[in-house]
Design a protein around this ligand. Sequence first.
Ligand code: SF4
Ligand code: SF4
Length: 68
Amino acid sequence: MAKISIRDEKCKGCSMCINVCPKACIELSKTHRNRKGYMTAQFVKPESCIGCAMCATMCPDCCITVEK
Ligand code: SF4
Ligand code: SF4
């Protein structure tokens, strides 16, 4: 099964990875802020991830790594 890692401290909560994921695997946290004060992206549906890497490609800050 594919999985992604999100570097929380680099994330600025822009939602671009969320909007592009075809399986809705990523959501913006409603409770957690990183040290910069951003609500960050969370990998919430790992069972649905197909490893397409659209999220990693889209992230402007290179926060996401995909493992297959
Ligand atoms: S690799 Fe593809 S399916 Fe998996 S979280 Fe990223 S965009 Fe979604
Ligand atoms: S695209 Fe990158 S910076 Fe934007 S919410 Fe996703 S992981 Fe965070």
